[in-house]
Design a protein around this ligand. Sequence first.
Ligand code: HGY
Ligand code: MN
Ligand code: MN
Length: 411
Amino acid sequence: MKIDASRLQKEIDELSLISENPAPVVTRVLFSEADLAGRAYVKKLCVEAGLTVREDAVGNTFARWEGTDKNAPAVATGSHIDAIPNAGKYDGVVGVLGALEAIRSLQQSGFKPQRSIELITFTAEEPTRFGIGCLGSRLMAGTLSPEKIASLRDREGNNLEYWRKQAGFTKGDASSVRLAKNAYSNFVELHIEQGPILEQKNLAIGIVEKIAAPSSLRLHLTGVGGHAGAVLMPERHDALLAGAEIALAVERAALTTGSPDTVGTTGVFRIEPGAVNSVPCRATLEIDLRDTQLATRDSALKQIESAAADICKKRGIGLELERVNVDAPAICDAKLVELISGICAEKKISSLKMISRAYHDSLFMAQICPTTMIFIPCRGGVSHRPDEYSSPEQIETGVTVLAETLRRLAK
Ligand code: HGY
Ligand code: MN
Ligand code: MN
């Protein structure tokens, strides 16, 4: 089975140019022009590979290589091509274009799958548009209530229905996306590690046993605005300063759990009116908090919520706090992990069983079928930055392991 690494690299490079920003910056936010053009690019390659392509009501895209046993649950693989602002060109993309290359190499080897093999490109793995990550796979797993779906809003107040229509997905509705439990026999996602461990240990492949528990909060702070020269300090209710104290409380909560795996980030901090001579009257914070242990994550979350309430009370600031998502960690399928570990050993490819600190669509596919992930190293562990990088050789090794995994699962 021969992987065409140069064709794959060319496709990764071409897709990276479909972006809201000039190279090397990649940005493809849900249903933006760039996202829609990126989807069209991938669909074209899938059709050229002879796969049957369909999209569901929120744009999850399924490219299927029909197996001889049409009724057997298919083997699924895939990832995402949406990208946060100021991102790189490998996050998600390696798991979509790399999976396509794995399928093409199996086709060229003359392999005939018994189970169909389905390549999924998930809608909105990134949280940029609505603040919630893995929107497409959450809906496939049926984990969002109709009320939660209807409550989703972007910064301009547009809901999912608005964006679905904008993108041309007028058929069905978001709750029709849910998959039957036995839709797939397995799901395997190829992804860059987004961490430094494989590179530091000079290992070629990571096999994911567990995906850390993600959560995110959105806080609206309402203070009192006014003239920067006229309002004396004791009378102020400055929304920015309350937000600043809360952001420091997030850092403190993450640093004092006793677990090195607790990470807290205030990734969004917007203030109004944003004029140098006007006391900030409103602030919006979006906070990302994770840990590999659920209990530790939950205790840090509670600590942040009570700190926010105390700070706002002390400063006379109105607080509206929303738990956007609070998810359990995912445990990957032990048999799948062993299968891939065996493949690496047979092929004399170094590998390590590990935890994923980043979340992925696999977090929700694990609720649908036995799931695991194959990691490849990324330079300096860097991700969500334009200098994100994995070499063609590292990508080829990941695709080789994925192709052999798919071959054995589809036999
Ligand atoms: O944030 C994450 O963990 C993923 O890269 N969206
Ligand atoms: Mn990402
Ligand atoms: Mn990703």
